[in-house]
Design a binder for this molecule. Structure first.
Ligand SMILES: Nc1nc2c(ncn2[C@@H]2O[C@H](COP(=O)(O)OP(=O)(O)O)[C@@H](O)[C@H]2O)c(=O)[nH]1
Ligand SMILES: [Mg+2]
Length: 325
């Protein structure tokens, strides 16, 4: 299939074509890369936008269960939902979604849903580009909502928040001490903190945890993109499907407010700029690690160590030679 045909099928919303295209952008082969770039260029003209929601939480907090319930609710409203996973540590299981796809059994059977586990054995830099391109493909395929799931392991949240319109942090009910366990940086990324498992015996603890986080969020610096009341904490039960409609209306209200204020477009523009710069950096670093560059570095390094060349002069020589290539 040529890229134009594949592109047309994606624009038609065909999930098999979408899956195939994601495989293409995940490929490390040079001819695949060329095709992927061509395809993305073809699709960029569609100008479709999904609501990109980043979702993070430690293993066991209920991400998969939440995505299933939340996703089913959205589908019930006539929306099309795509789920992508970013899991930089996934060489073990082949992705955080694949391992527990059983928890998304209903969603995976829906024709208006698309679930894609993260590829295994990928380093963070590559993950970012592939995920961004997968998001662009889902948007072209007319998905209304793209959920980007990540396991809470430090850097991956930043990556996901830099490609999302809004960011949800899922937490489990816990004693007050554990509030310290959530890194400040991650708290600052969250637009809505969802305390999951607010059901049964856990409900009172969930309410207390929610109050603790509401208090903690009020102490954070107010961000210019936040309307009154945001960021906020609320309780949900993914299993009993409580609070999901509430969470969705808060998401919609935040989205509307950001669209109205112009933050939405400004944010997307800033994200595009950010990824452009990241790509340039990544490409330069890649150039630095070719065999030829490493040999040259070593040779110049010898001269620097021997004192026959200053560090700055050697660096300049190296950079000139890199740029000349
Ligand atoms: N009581 C309760 N348990 C939940 C809820 N959501 C998830 N769980 C349970 O928590 C465990 C981990 O859920 P899972 O969705 O796999 O978490 P993930 O690792 O974050 O994807 C499972 O045993 C779920 O049944 C909830 O809302 N209430
Ligand atoms: Mg999971």
């Amino acid at each position: 299939m040529n890229t134009a045909e594949l592109g047309d099928r994606i624009l038609n919303g065909e999930r098999r074509a979408l899956a195939r295209a994601i495989t293409l952008v995940e490929s490390g082969r040079e001819d695949h890369r060329t095709q992927a770039t061509e395809l993305l260029g073809h699709l960029a003209k569609s100008n479709r936008q999904s609501l990109r929601i980043g979702l993070s939480g430690t293993p066991g907090v209920g991400k998969s269960t939440f995505i299933e319930s939340f996703g089913m609710m959205l589908i019930g409203q006539g929306l099309r939902v795509a789920v992508l996973a970013v899991d930089p540590s996934s060489s073990r299981s082949g992705g955080s979604i694949l391992g527990d796809k059983t928890r998304m059994e209903r969603l995976s059977r829906e024709k208006n849903a698309f679930i894609r586990p993260s590829p295994s054995q990928s380093h963070l830099g590559g993950v970012a580009r592939r995920t961004r391109e997968a998001i662009a493909l889902c948007e072209a395929a007319a998905f209304d909502v793209v959920l980007i799931e990540t396991v809470g392991v430090g850097q991956s949240e930043t990556v996901v928040s830099e490609m999302s319109d809004l960011f949800l942090l899922l937490l489990a009910p816990a004693g007050g001490d554990e509030l310290q366990g959530v890194k400040r940086g991650i708290m600052e990324m969250a637009d809505i903190i969802l305390i999951n498992k607010a059901d049964g015996d856990l409900k009172p603890t969930a309410m207390r945890t929610c109050a603790d986080y509401s208090g903690a969020l009020r102490l954070l610096r107010r961000r210019p993109q936040d309307p009154e009341g945001f960021p906020m904490a609320m309780t949900v039960s993914a299993v009993e499907e409580h609070g999901l409609d509430d969470a969705w209306s808060q998401v919609q209200s935040l989205t509307q407010s950001r669209r109205d204020s112009g933050h939405w477009d400004a944010n997307r523009a800033a994200q595009a700029q950010y990824w452009f710069e990241q790509e340039v950096r990544a490409a330069l670093l890649a150039q630095l690690s070719t065999a030829q560059a490493r040999a040259e570095m070593e040779q110049l390094g010898d001269q620097v160590r021997a004192g026959s060349l200053s560090p700055s002069a050697a660096a300049e020589t190296m950079l000139t030679s890199l740029i000349a290539r």
